[in-house]
Ligand binder design. Structure first.
Ligand code: COI
Length: 354
């Protein structure tokens, strides 16, 4: 166990905050004054330090660069009207982080390090939490294998870090999505449910092909029949069909268990929807569109929050949506935003006060 007092703090001499333009915060481009860094060696976590944000000095032989033992999380912090700082559901991301760690044969990070380290770091850089609408402080905890050895085996040593990025919306406009039926993101028994860095690298080629065709992202389908939809590059996906909300279930381990996905399910139920988590085919989606029953399609994610999809293309069949007329996704987005900004009752205790 690591007591909070074992986290040492070294502050910057001069903050960079005044150099930041709060009206120009593209996702993930700017970082706060401090970061947390810790080492796992000989079976224990040590050298736990919050220190000025700085480059890492690593050997070219460092294991993560060669065999991809690297995982991460995405979490957000917000400020309410009185300037109090809150983190959205950090314990859920903490649990998922260690699920990813186990799948990648990496050590678990203790809660005292992950949560208490994050709390202390944000306390220090609290003034970096943006207050403009749709803005937040994006929290990126990550861990990578740090053995200096190129044999293929789980590393004995690891680095765990947390960095913070004041940020605007990830996708600012409604999206065009290409249903992928050639390349694959995840298979049962694979690492699809883990937030492993390699999942994102492996997705880039297919995404680039879709971008060449004018699409923002791909909607992945299953590896065997390319029939069951899974998730969109950086988000889980929801379909409003008739009076139901449907999202692919997590059963086969091919989909990331999104914290925003889970929050959206809860809010959809609060809004009176029957929510179905189940396998869903692209044929069912097209049939619903043709019969006028596919009302809304949207993505959910920490970075993406709720992102509206204005076009979905499968082969030559194009489904278009008039997002201006939507009721459901905008309501869920608004409720989430209001909860995060302290303007709607936090009845599920999602906001964790710093
Ligand atoms: C997130 O939503 O936090 C993600 O990690 C998705 C993406 C930015 C990689």
């Amino acid at each position: 166990m690591i007591a909070a007092m074992d986290i040492s703090i070294r502050k910057v001499e001069r903050s960079k905050l005044l150099e930041l333009d709060p009206n120009n915060l593209p996702f993930g481009k700017y970082f706060t004054d401090h970061m947390l860094e810790a080492d796992y060696e000989n079976g224990e976590w040590k050298n736990i330090e919050i220190k000025p944000y700085q480059p890492l000095l690593i050997s070219p032989s460092v294991a993560a660069l060669h065999y991809g033992q690297a995982i991460f999380e995405g979490i957000k912090a917000y400020k309410d009207g009185e300037g109090n700082a809150y983190i959205f559901r950090p314990h859920d991301n903490y649990k998922r982080f260690n699920i990813s760690a186990e799948r990648m044969q990496m050590p678990a990070v203790p809660e005292e390090l992950f949560i208490e380290g994050m709390r202390k770091l944000i306390e220090l850089d609290k003034n970096w939490i943006p207050s403009s609408p749709d803005h937040s402080l994006y929290i990126r905890p990550f861990m990578f294998a740090s053995d200096e050895m190129i044999g293929v085996k789980p590393s004995d040593s690891y680095k765990f870090l947390i960095i913070l990025s004041p940020t605007g919306p990830y996708y600012s406009a409604p999206m065009r999505i290409y249903v992928e039926e050639q390349y694959v993101r995840a298979v049962p028994g694979g690492v699809g449910y883990a937030k492993a860095a390699g999942n994102y690298g492996a997705a880039m080629y297919a995404t680039a092909q879709a971008k060449k065709k004018g699409y923002d992202q791909v909607l992945w389908t299953d590896a065997f029949e390319h029939k069951y939809v899974q998730e969109i590059g950086t988000m889980n996906v929801f379909f409003i069909i008739g009076n139901k909300a449907i999202t692919p279930d997590l059963g086969l381990g091919t989909i990331l268990a999104g914290v925003t996905r889970q929050s959206t399910i809860t809010l959809l139920q609060e809004a009176g929807f029957e929510v179905e988590e189940r396998r869903l085919t692209i044929d069912e989606i097209m049939e619903a569109y043709k019969s006028g029953q596919l009302f809304e399609v949207f993505g959910t994610g920490t970075a993406a929050t709720i992102s509206f999809i204005k076009e979905l293309r499968y082969k030559d069949f194009v489904m278009k949506f008039d997002v201006e007329k939507w009721k459901t996704a905008p309501t869920i987005k608004q409720w989430l935003t209001q909860i995060r900004e302290g303007k709607r009752e936090d009845k599920y205790n999602w906001m964790w006060k710093i």
